[in-house]
Design a protein around this ligand. Structure first.
Ligand SMILES: [Cu+2]
Length: 168
């Protein structure tokens, strides 16, 4: 073997090695990127799954039922229609676009009667929960006071209508 061909062989070998090495690096990088892509994709899937679960639980917590939890875990029930109001019973009347009286105190578990005495339609909304539906003239309802606390009473149609029920 003369030095010339030896050098050629070395060069050729060098080129070949370089090509093989480059191919290996390329394959390695592709593999790495595939791995990274898979990891990122799986993480994203996991996060998407967790996010979906989280939003489901949040939606579930906000889901409407007969009684809503307000703050301190007190449930506010819907008012029920009644045909009459017992004489002297605690009453919130709707008249002249106002709640009458503006302040009422009842014991926990006691009944508060609701009445609309005028042609304008109203709601009785307690701590943001509409417990009455739409109240028309002469509608009568009864609402059971929950646990002790102060409850804001509003009307969905008339922002000026405000009252407070104190439950002791
Ligand atoms: Cu109103």
């Amino acid at each position: 073997m003369n030095p010339q061909s030896n050098q050629k062989a070395l060069l050729g070998g060098g080129w070949h090695d370089w090509a093989v090495r480059t191919e290996r690096i390329a394959r390695y990088m592709v593999t790495r990127y595939v791995v990274i892509f898979r990891v990122v994709r799986d993480k994203w899937r996991l996060s998407a799954g967790l996010l979906a679960l989280l939003s489901l639980s949040v939606l579930g917590a906000c889901g409407d039922d007969d009684s809503d939890d307000r703050g301190n875990g007190v449930s506010i029930a819907d008012a029920k229609r009644v045909s009459a109001i017992p004489a002297g019973a605690p009453l919130i009347d709707q008249d002249n676009l106002a709640f009458i009286p503006k302040e009422l105190t009842v014991p926990a578990g006691g009944t508060v009667y609701l009445k609309n005495s005028e042609a304008a339609v109203h709601t009785v909304t307690i701590e943001g929960k509409n417990v009455s539906g739409v109240m028309r003239e002469e509608d009568l309802l009864a609402w059971i006071a929950p646990g002790a606390g102060t409850y804001r009473v509003t009307c969905d149609y008339h922002p000026q209508m405000r009252a407070t029920i104190s439950v002791e």
